[in-house]
Design a protein around this ligand. Structure first.
Ligand SMILES: C[S@@+](CC[C@H](N)C(=O)[O-])C[C@H]1O[C@@H](n2cnc3c(N)ncnc32)[C@H](O)[C@@H]1O
Length: 242
């Protein structure tokens, strides 16, 4: 089984990422503002996870449709934030071509696939479901920031006793991916995420059919810098607005 089909679909995920529920109060309004679409716009929240950012998108008057691979996340979303939703894989979205004004892809939800072609396919699917002129917001972790943060601790087990798990992270030998091993609730979880450079992200966006890419270095919309903790891209689907 692919790691992302297992890790995110286990109750331990909610335990390990419990603090992200509180983070939603600052991340949601800020990311929704950066998406920058008017009320009434149809936005696909891909992946929607358990819907922690959903109320903040709704608060801007957007029509939100969620999608995620994890049944567990979708069930929690349905209980806490009832909304139209679909179970899906990024590589083959069950939505009509050009049906959406926006795709909202928050919290490092790109780069999960081992094959570059699959990661590109995810962006191509985002482009396909957007109308020409539609907006993709792609919220990624800054690669240089992660490199710095992992200096001296890469490969070491770190214990998060209050949260009830331990983890160790290493860069893949080619330096492209971060592999994180975690122990929680008696299980082992392994994340394996491609952490692209700015140039790689921009090249993939262009190849997938996006242009006019703006990049931000934080939730407040500050300019992108190489050292920023977050690299947030706002890209426009090519073609004449329809
Ligand atoms: C880091 S979480 C982010 C969720 C949400 N955007 C947020 O900010 O809370 C990543 C999500 O991607 C989903 N996911 C992982 N692989 C996927 C795939 N191949 N297709 C669709 N969703 C996937 C997971 O189930 C998980 O809910």
């Amino acid at each position: 089984m692919d790691w992302f089909a297992w890790d995110f679909d286990h109750p331990a995920y909610f335990q390990i990422y419990a603090d992200k529920a509180a983070d939603a109060a600052s991340e949601g309004p800020a990311l929704a503002a950066l998406l920058g679409l008017p009320p009434g716009s149809r936005v696909l929240d891909l992946p929607c996870g358990w819907g922690r950012l959903h109320p903040h998108l709704k608060a801007r008057g957007l029509e939100i449709i969620g999608g995620d691979l994890s049944r567990l996340n979708l069930r929690r979303h349905a209980v806490e934030h009832p909304a139209p939703m679909a179970r899906l894989d990024f590589r083959d979205l069950p939505f009509r071509t050009a049906c959406a004004d926006g795709v909202f892809c928050a919290y490092t939800s790109w780069g999960y696939f081992t094959q570059d072609a699959d990661n590109l396919r995810q962006l191509r699917e985002f482009a396909r479901v957007l109308r020409p002129g539609g907006v993709l917001l792609l919220d990624l972790a800054g690669r240089n920031f992660l490199k710095e943060a992992m200096t001296g601790v890469a490969g070491q087990w770190l214990v998060f006793s209050e949260e009830g798990y331990e983890e160790r992270a290493t860069w893949s030998r080619d330096g492209r991916r971060i592999r994180t091993e975690r122990h929680c609730q008696g299980e082992t979880f392994r994340h394996d995420i491609w952490i692209p450079t700015n140039a790689e992200t921009r090249a993939a966006l262009a190849e997938a059919g996006f242009g006019a890419v703006a990049a931000y270095g934080g939730l407040d919309g500050r300019p992108w810098t190489a050292e920023a903790e977050r690299w947030i891209y706002r890209a426009i689907r090519n073609g004449c607005p329809g």
